[in-house]
Ligand binder design. Structure first.
Ligand code: NAD
Length: 241
């Protein structure tokens, strides 16, 4: 059966790969991002109305409310939410300002909460729904100079587990995918030397690709994920075992 899916941060990288995977299945996707580039626009133009792009900021409750209202008005209900929008911050803790900290938490953690909070009433009423939160392996293991990012993603993991226990009795399944280093624009945040060193430390000796994360999301959203509750799946090439 075809599904209606909201994907946040769908403009590029992992979010765009997730969108492509669902669109290829014939599902209907409403994607949000701060801004959409040519690739997402071209995909929407060729998707025969199956992909809607809505510009907005997940850290703003009003944007999220408008997004969810729009998706429900167009498609009746939401089957799946993929909370993917996120930002990286690499800074020593002593150099991190309160503005840095607040921004990372507002987008990565509060943004995730804003979206799941907005879709849950409809999912609970229908006794059906899947929510997949993109966290990070760094939220599991920590990493020097990434404290705000790690805290935000560790928060997403704890949020996933708590909400999963709360809403599973209502038929809504909440899980998380915690990627290792994936080859997207986010990696460009670090230097080439840092990335070369990181790659050498990965047991698989390569970065992951966005579609390898989309595959994990697709599994959790599909029939294979029917008994998954509050789980953290980490495709990471062996970096965190
Ligand atoms: P990316 O930077 O290529 O994509 C992130 C997308 O989120 C961008 O399109 C950006 O515009 C959007 N975004 C940022 N702030 C937003 C906001 N306030 N509202 C709406 N959209 C917003 O990075 P990516 O690697 O594709 O990251 C996707 C997710 O995967 C993020 O949550 C990231 O933390 C997580 N992740 C990435 C890696 C990696 O190595 N690439 C590893 C672990 C986790």
């Amino acid at each position: 059966m075809q599904k209606t899916i909201i994907v946040t941060g769908g403009g590029r990288g992992i979010g765009l790969a997730v969108i492509k995977r669902f669109v290829a299945d014939g599902d209907t996707v409403v994607a949000t991002d701060l801004k959409f580039g040519d690739e997402a626009k071209a995909l929407a133009a060729s998707a025969n109305g199956k992909l809607t792009l809505v510009e907005g900021d997940v850290s703003k409750p009003a944007d999220v409310a408008a997004l969810v209202a729009d998706a429900i008005a167009r498609h009746g209900h939401i089957d799946i939410l993929v909370n993917n929008a996120g930002v990286l911050l690499s800074k020593a803790t002593v150099d991190t300002t309160i503005e840095d900290w607040t921004r990372v938490i507002a987008i990565n953690l509060t943004g995730t909460w804003n979206c799941l909070h907005a879709v849950l009433p409809g999912m609970i009423a229908r006794r059906s729904g899947r929510i997949i939160n993109i966290s990070s392996e760094l939220g599991l293991i920590g990493f020097a100079t990434y404290a705000a990012y790690c805290a935000s993603k560790g928060g997403v993991i704890a949020l996933t587990k708590a909400v999963a226990k709360e809403v599973a009795p209502h038929g809504v399944l909440v899980n998380s995918v915690a990627p290792g280093p994936i080859e997207t624009d986010m990696l460009k945040y670090d230097t080439i030397e840092f990335n070369d060193e990181t790659r050498e430390q990965i047991p698989l000796r390569r970065f992951g690709q966005p579609d390898e994360i989309a595959a994990a999301v697709h599994f959790l959203a599909g029939p294979g994920g029917s008994y998954m509750v509050g789980q953290i799946i980490s495709p990471n090439g062996g970096t965190a075992i």
